[in-house]
Design a protein around this ligand. Structure first.
Ligand SMILES: Cc1cc2nc3c(=O)[nH]c(=O)nc-3n(C[C@H](O)[C@H](O)[C@H](O)COP(=O)(O)OP(=O)(O)OC[C@H]3O[C@@H](n4cnc5c(N)ncnc54)[C@H](O)[C@@H]3O)c2cc1C
Length: 455
């Protein structure tokens, strides 16, 4: 890209917007970022979405590209696997990977955002807070921003706009008025509510810190992710309607009764359950599909603005961070923004669709399968096949969380592998009874070798 074209305006200084700002500013781009909220370093963080997030290999790699990995990892808490809390009160740690090199990390959204904002400014990006995108004149290439504190407006010229303004993107709405993006939003009939497990009286974690805790209960579940300050953020996912459902579990007393009945071992860990329930709104969940992510050389969408997904694979941010690396690379490599945006969308759209699909599939697995006998048998075989065929058989979760192969490839291989496992375990109660020779032959026949380990 020629020097006079290396000028970009990013809408939204959330996770994706701040990371993209670092990546481009470090490459010498003139970067202006506009964020509707106030500066979280001055007024405190008011995120609005989940308090903490699972960071996996894809996200870590992107942070590394931006020189942000060390600062983020200094406050991340390792999660080795799922600690499953069964209805009878027993627990079981199901490791995510083979050892501690294959783990995921819990990071605090607010701290992560502040770290990325600091680094973006240090790299030379200008971040303008209290600037909510309110409208775009694409012909004049000017954008209108409003400061919600006093309703004052400013009009800013731009060369190209990047929409990193999240699931409810104002830039997407403006683009949609200009050209049909083919937007489809599929709401999930389940919502979530956040609660907190504080530290123990002595200041330590109340439960095992190095795990993602899950209380699977069929159609609903709780999870808990550890925080650096020795708390856990608990999230209850539940249908909007039903028993239990957000329409029947309404008051703090209803919530207490639900926990006493179905999450009895979690209840004493959440002393402020009623207050948390009353204070924290239920969050809605949806998948956003678009046929088009860009408007010639004038605008492109990334992260949740382009492909919001349900959070059950813990990949929304990881995927958004991969977008940032891909877009920064395309902007450097292609001759014009129009070519860069088109190439970026062509590369990323099938992969976003794949992880959106896997995130929906994983909801069922988390709430309903992790305590099934046939699931546990298949998981045991999966790990065994990985040992026997490390260059062909990599468990689904590992392909998504510990590798950087395109999500679409991970999806295709996962479906093949699941079919192999289901056929091998049909009518079989014990791993010893599985026909290993037939299984090995099927793996070699149906799963092509993976070319390199980071693929
Ligand atoms: C309950 C829950 C749990 C999750 N857990 C995980 C997880 O474990 N791992 C994971 O990888 N992902 C997770 N996610 C997904 C993750 O939160 C998102 O994918 C990620 O935040 C997307 O980043 P983003 O920058 O695209 O959007 P956002 O983080 O939403 O940032 C958008 C930014 O744009 C700003 N903005 C909005 N409108 C305007 C406007 N008009 N003008 C200017 N600025 C504007 C907002 O204030 C915000 O700062 C979870 C999501 C939820 C809801």
């Amino acid at each position: 890209m020629t020097p006079e074209r290396r000028h970009i305006a990013i809408v939204g200084a959330g996770l994706a917007g701040a990371l993209l700002a670092i990546l481009l500013a470090r490459k010498g781009w003139r970067v202006e970022v506009y964020e509707k909220r106030g500066d979280p370093r001055v007024r405190g963080y008011t995120g609005g979405r989940s308090i903490n997030l699972a960071l996996a290999e894809r996200g870590r790699h992107a942070l590394q590209q931006a020189g942000a990995e060390a600062a983020v990892m200094a406050h991340a808490v390792m999660m080795r696997g799922r600690m499953v809390h069964f209805a009878d009160g027993s627990q079981q740690l199901q490791r995510y990977g083979r050892d501690d090199s294959e783990v995921i990390w819990s990071v605090h959204r607010g701290d992560l955002n502040v770290t990325l904002l600091d680094l973006a400014e240090r790299a030379g990006a200008a971040v303008h807070f209290d600037r909510r995108l309110d409208g775009v004149d694409f012909d004049a290439r000017s954008a209108r921003f409003v400061d919600d504190r006093d309703d004052s407006a400013s009009v800013v010229p731009f060369r190209a706009l990047v929409g990193a303004d999240g699931a409810g993107s104002a830039l997407r709405a403006a683009m949609q008025r200009e050209a049909d993006l083919g937007e489809r939003i599929e709401p999930l009939d389940h919502s979530y509510k956040e609660l907190e497990i504080p530290p123990a009286p002595g200041g330590d974690f109340r439960i095992e810190p190095n795990a993602l805790h899950i209380w699977p209960r069929g159609d609903y579940m709780c999870i808990a992710l550890p925080n650096d300050e020795r708390t856990f953020t608990v999230t209850l996912f539940m249908p909007n309607h039903g028993d239990p459902g957000f329409d029947t579990v309404r008051t703090p007393a209803d919530a207490h009764a639900l926990f006493a009945r179905d999450f009895a071992d979690a209840l004493p860990l959440i002393p402020d359950l009623e207050t948390d329930w009353a204070r924290n709104p239920a969050g809605m969940l949806a998948t956003l599909y678009l046929d088009r992510w860009h408007l010639d050389d004038r605008a492109v969408l990334i992260g949740d603005a382009a492909h919001a997904m349900v959070p059950f694979h813990g990949q929304g941010m990881n995927c958004a961070f991969e977008d940032c690396v891909a877009l920064a690379e395309r902007l450097e490599a292609e001759a014009s923004p129009a070519e860069a945006f088109a190439a970026f969308a062509a590369e990323r759209r099938p992969n976003a669709a794949a992880i959106q699909h896997m995130a929906l599939e994983n909801y069922r697995e988390m709430r309903d399968r992790v305590d099934d006998a046939d699931y546990l048998l298949q998981r045991q075989l999966e790990l065994e096949l990985q040992q026997r065929h490390p260059d062909r058989f990599v468990p689904h979760y590992s392909m998504v969380s510990f590798m950087r192969m395109p999500y679409a490839v991970a999806l295709e291989r996962s479906h093949l592998q699941r079919d192999i496992l289901e056929r091998a375990t049909r009518g079989v109660g014990d791993a010893a009874d599985v026909d290993r020779a037939a299984l090995d032959a099927e793996v070699e026949r149906r799963l092509p070798r993976l070319c390199d380990s980071s693929a």
